[in-house]
Write a protein that binds this ligand. Sequence first.
Ligand code: SAM
Length: 275
Amino acid sequence: MELWFTEKQTKDFGITMRVKRTYVSEQTNFQKLDMVETEEFGNMLLLDGMVMTTEKDEFVYHEMVAHVPLFTHPNPKKVLVVGGGDGGVIREILKHPQVDKATLVDIDGKVIEYSKEYLPSIAGKLDDSRVDVQVDDGFMHIAKSENEYDVIMVDSTEPVGPAVNLFTKGFYEGISKALKDDGIFVAQTDNPWFHQDLIRNAFRDVKETFQITRLYTANIPTYPSGLWTFTLGSKKYDPLEVTEDRFHDIETKYYTPELHRAAFVLPKFVKDLTE
Ligand code: SAM
């Protein structure tokens, strides 16, 4: 009997994948969590029926969330990840030797637990000595933080359920307060095919909060539409002005210094969302 998983990316369009087996299917205190093995993309984490990460294509998202801000900041020592319980962004952050401490704040401890068990290539660095894992609401953590972080990455689920507060202007203002006076923030801001208003509003709110605001993209086949965006807000450093000497060698499969620049070149229909 063939088993297929379909994510409805809109009410009329979806992505479907053949599933080999289901490891976990559990309602946590915050969301429905499924961990499955797929034929095409290896093990895959789903939250509330949405693809979060897969063993095959996870590197694109995790490298692009982490290395763009970390190569833009000249000396990032303290980094915060809001969400990110699968551990992929933390794994990429630790490739930067200047980073003394990476704090992860995910609201759902079950995501961390099952990612460690079924996604070891992604979650394998969560126990590193430089990592501080906290199970808490990222919104509350930001509200309690002031002048603390060099870089903040928001690796959250979509603005529904527990993440609904993480796409508000108030949250971006809280992030600005939690950052040091030359800090940088980046958030995943969904896709320009089905969520133009989310991108338009997030960019507007970040632009009203930070001195420098940039949008960049990456190709992620298992995310809705395959074209993903990231919104970056910076108090001082411009990701487009990173000089060659800043790029030290790290092991990647997607990010390169050339791609760092190219990712900010936007198709016209996407650029229009930033104006
Ligand atoms: N890369 C994925 C994406 O772009 O959709 C996100 C992956 S990561 C697993 C998303 C995480 O955000 C989940 O583990 C979820 O528990 C967490 N999350 C949702 N709302 C949160 C909140 N208010 N505070 C902290 N973490 C939250």
